[in-house]
Write a protein that binds this ligand. Structure first.
Ligand code: DQA
Length: 156
């Protein structure tokens, strides 16, 4: 069975491309999601995308991923700095996740330096602009392949 990835974008990321373009660039979320789908097909994995401005909706989507998603790529937006509930959901479903930020949060306001996710993330991508989504997806897909290789070797 093919591997499946869930890409989650949190609050205000629906405004990507028009929101503070000097910080977040001019690529829209729709562009990001279309590119991610094309890239996933090329990499032989399946991908679902989800964006919400609501904490509970993100928690619900993560819970629904239990048992049918192999990895999550999440840009929690401002919830990065506030949400114990989303952190707990990710830990509860035991799905490995990559934390991603379009901007370099460490070069911004001090309160953006703390994340409720970083100590539990498999990896963190910060400040690469929307290119970060591409890097995240490629990393996750390569990781699946490495794992498969190891499993095949163990069986042989
Ligand atoms: O909404 C966002 C976007 C963000 O996660 C980023 O992608 O750089 C950084 C957060 O601090 C901010 O609240």
């Amino acid at each position: 069975m093919g591997k499946s990835i869930l890409l989650i974008n949190g609050p205000n990321l629906n405004l990507l491309g028009t929101r503070e373009p000097h910080i977040y660039g001019s690529t829209t979320l729709a562009d990001v999601e279309v590119s991610a789908r094309t890239q996933a097909t090329e990499l032989g994995v399946s991908i679902d995308t989800f964006q919400s401005n609501h904490e509970g909706a993100i928690v619900d989507r993560i819970q629904a991923a239990r048992g049918n998603v192999d990895a999550i790529i999440i840009n929690p937006g401002a919830y990065t700095h506030t949400s114990v509930a989303i952190r707990d959901a990710l830990l509860g479903v035991e799905i490995p996740f990559i934390e991603l930020h379009v901007s370099n949060v460490h070069a911004r306001e001090p309160w953006r330096h703390h994340s409720y996710f970083s100590d539990k993330a498999s990896g963190i991508i910060v400040g690469l602009g929307v290119y970060g989504y591409k890097v995240a997806l490629e990393h996750v897909a390569l990781n699946f392949k490495e794992k498969e290789k190891k499993e095949t070797k163990a069986v042989l």
